[in-house]
Write a protein that binds this ligand. Sequence first.
Ligand SMILES: *Cc1c(COP(=O)(O)O)cnc(C)c1O
Length: 471
Amino acid sequence: MQEQGIKTSDWATFRAQAQRMLDAALTQMEQAADHPWQPVPEDISERYALDGTPRGAEAAVDQILRDVLPYHGGNTHPRFWGWVQGSGLPSDIVASIAAACVNANMGGRDHGANYMERAVVDWTRRQMGLPDSASGLLVTGTSQATVIAFQAARLRVCPDLRNIGQAGVRLTAYAGAGVHNAARKAVEVLGIGADNLRKVPLTEGQLDTAALRRMVAEDRAAGATPFLVVGTAGSVDLGQFDDLNALADAAADLGLWLHVDGAFGAWTRIAAEPYRALSDGIGRADSIALDFHKWMYVGYDCGVALLRHETEHRAAFAARPSYLEGADRGLAGGEPWFCDYGIDLSRGNRALKVWTALQTYGDAAFSEAITLNCQLAKQMGEEVAHHQQMALAEPVVSNVCVFTARRDLPEAAQSQTNARIAQVLQEQGEAVFSTTRVNDVVLLRAAITNHRTQPADITAALQAVAREAAV
Ligand SMILES: *Cc1c(COP(=O)(O)O)cnc(C)c1O
């Protein structure tokens, strides 16, 4: 079919092609275990090159099936545990069709999708134990949620920030030594400066609150304005959790805003014990950044900024020039508008895929999947511990397992072996581990945020590790 301009005239043909696309997507998801990551072909850029010629829906779908679907990032596969990546849900396919159909702009105005985003934010707020006074915004991910939270935090100590900037105030923020890079980026973007994000030492994997108190006192004495402490619920390298209750106490004593980076680990809130207890105290935070696209398995992208006080959230971002004036009725109604709670004016409909997932599977299914992921990481840790040549870097506390395949080798050789094993298993489509360094040794790392993983996958992957470690 050759399209006659952008306006589709031959709907029968288009419908047939769209249905072919849907079928292929469902089949690939149903058979996710048969579709591991594979290297992209050398000529991929040429295949994707655009020359401006109309080829029609049939040719476009043909090419998507041939050149797009096979070359994904592997995170839909049951043995993918690299970095921290969500596995994607069939409900995403349903939601993205509906989202494309209505093409909602979520900046504001009075249409259904805004009410749905409020429902998703409210559901999330309740899971985290924040009060009714809280507000939230769906964003691209925790990185952006962190910027939003830090900006609101800064307004508390610099009330005229929006007009005059920081005006010579030297703000300092505090975070445990293992804090994610997203916190650093946020202080850089906001002009606070990375040197003013002070790294507090850890004791037993947790931010040392006594050291925090000392550092804040020193910085105050030196003329700085400490304003923020970042707690980590689920550290990216080892899956460790700060003691959030101790941090909330310290933040209250020191007059600091408590932000929790809960990108994935915040979801232990809905896991069974003992995992739920890891995030105890998270509901005492002034702000929380977390993701739906990691440990809630929902398709990319979707994170949330949650703020304890709607008034502070709104005060940091609300701005309505005349071309955005609201009204009490009609399409310009529907207050409050989401554009008043963040940076974006035009916004996509992220709520629909979250809502569709929760409506389709129900809360209990997510609790069980998250709990199972922790149990699988524990299983992996136990199998590693039982293997003669393997060793854990740290005890497994949540869903992250970090280990060496050859503890019997000198450190440099261990690093080489572990890095090679990660590569070989990725290239052979057997399993995806990523790597990290502990005490400068490269180690294999599995962060299990994958609802498709079963116990047998763990055993099989460790057998593959052992096989390659013997080479
Ligand atoms: C992934 C991650 C981030 C960044 O989140 P994005 O959604 O990728 O922006 C921040 N903190 C932690 C602990 C993470 O794992």
